[in-house]
Write a protein that binds this ligand. Structure first.
Ligand SMILES: *Cc1c(COP(=O)(O)O)cnc(C)c1O
Length: 492
């Protein structure tokens, strides 16, 4: 009654429905909690893949924008029903497409608070606690990833912007050595920066190269070994061919198909002998440093100049969250810092803007901080180990089904299988087609989500496990689902 009276009173005074009373906001957020729990509680029962098609989603979502505002609770109810069938099950344990982590409970909760607190984490002055949280999170991240403790860092949107951050510092440093102030003079007339890479480079690295004006033509993809890793001899002759050229060497810590790692211990010192800047793409793979079982794969990686990784993949922080680290803090800061007189810079505290490509930004540190505290050192190690075990079981069990084949047995959390056309004399194209067919059939069961890839000329189903939620039960359920798509028994 009271609230109705208040409502009509508000209406008489021409107040917009956005002027929530406290109890309205409480009801609204309480309702959101129920919606969120309904989604998370139901992950085991709803299809992992989309069930609504593009035209359905458009029909429901692309409404005309009304002249008048709408009460918040109705907007949320509409939102929840309009997106039905268009939310993938990536928060659950049976999502193995691309490399997509779920969200640790504390990280999800801290992410909600981040929105409620609504801080602008540009400077210490605009969000003091957020600046200190990032300070703490950055130190923990370096520690757990085995990176130099004096390295500077930035919490960015993802590995994409971590590449941009690392390469901006590289560009500054390499050109400064040639007496060129790139921030002031730009790239017009600057010496070209050569970029040497294995064949495993990710598209996000190429986009960083484009954004920074380095130019894709400068990227030399070197012939790599059978696992796609840079070979010492090949890299050395490339470096020797123009020993004084400013050079970036891109190395891979876990590529998206097979999780391959470059041999950092041998390659980095070699690149450094020629004055190259070594940048490491470790979007998910860098996290193996957290566990004694896999740490050997990143041996020597700490000698690089910059590293890019993600929080939203293996650390299971909600999207979006990535991390850039730069050994030469001065180069990092010089490439991004902006000093404007109207801003209140703090001499002692961390001003994120000095290290981040963004200006106003979300305080991304809270969720990272929460995930790391919830897991602890042991928890991160166990999360990585567990994902690797599950990836191995999935690939080997699916690959042993009649009509399936293991293309890549996981060394970490990434593996590949394909499906063979049973017809006698079937061609490679037939196997490719069969692989696509089976993958589509698996998706339509709603039991699991896998992505496809082309690997060494074959279509393959990629299996990536990065969710803290994936369990033995999930693995069993998914293997059963694939077996029933193939109409074959599961080997005991
Ligand atoms: C995911 C990924 C990227 C891109 O990271 P985003 O977080 O999506 O920007 C880069 N490199 C590798 C190896 C990846 O797996």
């Amino acid at each position: 009654m009271e609230s109705n009276r208040a409502k009509s009173h508000a209406a008489r005074r021409g107040l917009s429905p956005m002027t929530n009373t406290d109890s309205k906001l409480r009801d609204l957020l309480g309702g959101v909690l129920e919606h969120a729990l309904a989604h998370l509680d139901n992950l085991d029962n709803i299809p992992v893949a989309a069930t609504a098609d593009l035209s359905t989603l458009r029909r429901r979502i692309c409404k005309p924008l009304a002249k008048e505002g709408i009460p918040a609770d109705r907007i949320i109810d509409d939102l929840v029903s309009d997106v039905r069938g268009g939310i993938l099950g990536s928060a659950g344990g049976r999502f193995f497409g691309w490399v997509v982590g779920a969200a640790m409970p504390a990280a999800l909760a801290a992410d909600w608070l981040t929105s409620a607190w609504d801080q602008n984490a540009a400077l210490y002055a605009t969000a003091p606690a957020a600046a200190v949280i990032e300070e703490a999170a950055g130190a923990w991240l370096k520690d757990i990833l085995g990176l130099p403790s004096q390295a500077s860092f930035a919490l960015v949107t993802g590995c994409q912007m971590a590449h941009v951050t690392g390469l901006a510092a590289a560009r500054h440093s390499l050109l400064a050595k040639s007496g060129w102030d790139v921030e002031q003079q730009g790239l017009y007339g600057a010496p070209a920066i050569r970029i040497l890479s294995s064949s495993l480079l990710h598209g996000s690295f190429e986009r960083a190269v484009r954004l920074l004006g380095l130019g894709l033509a400068q990227v030399h993809v070197l012939p790599s070994d059978s696992d796609g890793r840079l070979e010492q001899g090949v890299l050395e002759s490339a470096l020797q061919s123009n020993p004084s050229a400013p050079t970036i060497v891109l190395l891979q810590a876990g590529d998206v198909n097979t999780g391959a790692f470059d041999r950092f211990e041998a390659i980095i010192p070699l690149a450094k002998r020629y004055g190259a800047w070594v940048h490491v793409d470790g979007a998910f793979g860098l996290w193996v440093a957290a566990t004694p079982r896999y740490r050997h794969l990143v041996k020597g990686v700490e000698a690089a100049d910059s590293w890019a990784t993600d929080g939203h993949k293996w650390l299971n922080v909600p999207f979006d969250c990535g991390y850039a680290f730069v050994n030469d803090a001065q180069a990092h800061r010089a490439s991004l810092s902006h000093r404007a007189s109207y801003l209140t810079h703090d001499a002692e505290a961390r001003d994120e803007m000095d290290w981040n490509p963004e200006w106003s930004r979300r305080s991304r540190g809270f969720a990272t901080y929460a995930a790391l505290r919830e897991l602890g050192r042991d928890g991160v190690a166990q999360l990585v180990d567990r994902c690797c075990e599950h990836a191995h079981s999935l690939v080997m069990k699916i690959g042993s089904l009649l009509g399936a084949e293991v293309l890549w047995e996981p060394a970490i959390n990434q593996g590949l299988v394909r499906f063979r056309d049973p017809e006698p004399g079937a061609s490679e194209e037939d196997h490719d087609r069969r692989t696509e067919e089976v993958m589509a059939a698996i998706l339509s069961t709603g039991e699991a989500f896998f992505g496809g890839t082309t690997w060494r000329g074959h279509r393959a189903m990629r299996i990536s496990v990065s969710s803290w939620r994936t369990s033995d039960k999930d693995v069993e359920r998914v293997v059963n689902a694939v077996a029933s798509v193939l109409k074959v028994p599961v080997a005991q």
